[in-house]
Write a protein that binds this ligand. Structure first.
Ligand code: COA
Length: 572
């Protein structure tokens, strides 16, 4: 069936719906709804789709389109729930069971007939964007696929929603006034609910050290205590604030700006955002890499071991990895390599694996080109350490999406395992970069030279299943986000116990030596970095403007050509 996706952005859910529908043999086009209804009409004319699906839409579809075509809207709430801040209200209210509904577009928001819906469990610790990319995306895919099947059958009659339910289900936009935290009275649990309901966007507006900030992200602290609201510690760029009955970690801050300010602000690690404002008495309170059992505190890198398997978990906001974060992860990796294990897993936690170098940190640096250079070297050092590990098998376990250098970091491992639903973007071109992370070595050796060129030039997402078909990955993990860690541990233990493990390690060592004799890793690195140096330092290169637009979330003016072409060339 030819399906047109209409979305406000080519975001992770839209990419995943695209990939999953393509995997099932549908031809799929994508048009971004960016406020120009005529452009949307023109796209509908061009595609003449049998069905329109809107995976993530913040504007209304024009009436003449939804009266002429069946338009299915994905709403991140169960049937009867309505409004633009569904997940925010859900998390803030502490709801444990939720759902995603696919309903038909009509004049009133979220009031159309229900084609399908899928329930989900809200995990106790996840923030909104993590939930959105995890359980919500899983439920959305189930509901969309069922709705498409029902539509294709031609026999299904969608369920009308009752007027009384529609009136009761409406919840308005969740404003900052309702997100405000009262540090003097609120418990840790309720502070965390508010932070998680706003974690990625829009953040919770608050005052700290005499200035206004949006707080992004929130995690438990089990030991540190202080006066409610007080800044009591830092760790790996995050700050810890006391509540009336405990304390919470806040990884990122974004400075408040006057509404309509010419230069929108963007998130940085809390410590970096506060800069000189941070009182020097606030101590850095690290935790050991191997966190003692029973501790319930935040850390972004941790190592654990079970028999012959070592697992190096890491989780950075937005999957972005700054110079400092890459170096810390490399240090942890080097530690992991000193341990007597035969299988070393990288990742293995829910949500993003990695999205490569940290564009926000780079943008905020005094000299962004120099910071980019330092960041790509730090990333390359990490990738090199994985590539040159010849005394054990390495596994990259992707609980969620990865892009650009983050994909290439995964490809450095001997095996790549992707959670079903993970979306990979193995390309750099949209950021005006040639790319490094030894991709010119790792990608062609897995998929072949011409496929490597196609993947990096077409700049399109790849599903976990497709990644396995292409040879980019070895396994699709059928596990819910919360079950991923256990599934990875189980499979890694199996790998460590496999009778051919020693032979595999020997073979890999020999293959690395052979590859090195044909072309040394350093040569790949030097060649890639010659391009990257130009991309970063040459003012006539597009990267600087693309980075600034990305970091400041400048809205696209039209559907990017590589996306607009999708589904029109039926021979693709
Ligand atoms: N640096 C800084 N921030 C990054 C980032 C990076 N490399 N990659 C993602 N993020 C941030 C996004 O800005 C977003 O921030 P928000 O929470 O304030 O909204 C968050 O991480 C999630 O990303 P988002 O774009 O909403 O997720 P998505 O799943 O819809 O899209 C990508 C994922 C990877 C396609 C998109 O984020 C992207 O193009 N990232 C840049 C990749 C890149 O070029 N890296 C540098 C070269 S190595």
């Amino acid at each position: 069936m030819h399906i047109l996706l209409v979305a406000s952005a080519f975001n992770s859910l839209t990419q995943r719906v695209l990939a999953e529908l393509q995997d099932r043999g549908h031809t799929v086009g994508v048009e971004l709804a960016l406020g120009n209804d005529d452009a949307l009409r023109e796209a509908v004319r061009r595609h003449s789709p049998r069905l329109i699906v809107a995976p993530m839409l913040t504007t209304a579809i024009p009436e003449d389109i939804w009266t002429a075509h069946t338009c299915l809207i994905v709403h991140p709430g169960p049937p009867g729930d309505r409004g633009p801040s569904s997940l925010d209200w859900t998390l803030q209210g502490g709801v444990e069971s939720w759902g995603v509904t696919v309903l038909e577009a009509v004049a009133e928001m979220d009031a159309g007939d229900v084609w399908a819906w899928s329930p989900l469990k809200v995990p106790p610790m996840a923030g909104k964007s993590d939930l959105y990319r995890g359980e919500v995306a899983d439920a959305a895919i189930d509901a969309v696929l069922l709705a498409v099947e029902r539509f294709a059958s031609g026999k299904y009659k969608p369920k009308r929603q009752k007027a009384a339910d529609l009136a009761a289900g409406w919840r308005p936009f969740l404003k900052q006034a309702e997100r405000r935290i009262d540090w003097a009275t609120q418990s840790t649990e309720s502070v965390l609910r508010q932070l998680r309901a706003a974690d990625s966007q829009p953040g919770v507006l608050d005052e700290l050290l005499g200035e206004k900030w949006y707080l992004h992200g929130g995690h438990h602290e089990d030991e540190l205590r202080g006066a409610p609201g007080e800044l009591i510690a830092c760790r790996a760029g995050a700050i810890c604030r006391a509540t009336v009955d405990g304390a919470v970690w806040i990884p990122q801050l974004r400075p408040w700006r006057e509404p309509g300010s010419a230069l929108p602000s963007y998130k940085l690690s809390a410590v970096e955002a506060l800069g000189d404002l941070l009182p020097f008495e606030v101590p850095e309170v690290p935790v050991p890499l191997q966190l003692p059992a029973g501790r319930r505190t935040w850390t972004d890198i941790r190592y654990s071991e079970n028999g012959a398997v070592g697992v190096l978990n890491f989780s950075f906001p937005g999957g972005a990895m700054s110079t400092v974060q890459c170096r810390r992860l490399l240090e942890a990796y080097r530690f992991a390599k000193t341990r007597p294990t035969s299988v070393l897993v990288l990742g293995g936690v829910r949500d993003f694996f990695s999205n490569g170098i940290h564009l926000n940190v780079i943008e905020a640096a005094d000299d962004p080109a120099e910071e980019s250079w330092a960041n790509i070297h730090a990333m390359n050092d990490l990738v090199e350490a994985v590539l040159t590990t010849t005394d054990r098998l390495t596994v990259a376990a992707l609980g969620g999406n990865a892009a650009a250098g983050g994909v290439m970091l995964a490809l450095a491992a001997d095996e790549v395992w992707c959670r079903d639903g993970a979306v990979l973007n193995p390309h750099y071109t949209l950021m005006g970069l040639h790319g490094s992370e030894y991709w010119t070595y790792t990608l062609p050796r897995r998929v072949g030279e011409s496929e490597a060129q196609r993947l990096t030039q077409s700049a399109l997402p790849v599903s976990a299943k497709r990644a396995v078909e292409l040879g980019m990955a070895e396994r699709v993990l059928q596990a819910a986000p919360e079950e991923l860690g256990d599934e990875v541990a189980r499979l890694a233990a199996q790998l460590a116990a496999s009778p051919d493990l020693a032979a595999r390690i020997e073979n890999k060592k020999a293959a690395r030596a052979q590859d090195e004799s044909v072309k040394p890793l350093q040569q790949y690195r030097d060649e890639e970095l010659a391009h990257m140096r130009r991309n970063f330092f040459d003012a006539s290169e597009p990267h600087r403007a693309l980075r600034s637009a990305f970091v400041r979330k400048e809205k696209a003016l039209h559907t990017p050509p590589h996306v607009a072409r999708l589904g029109l060339d039926f021979g693709e």
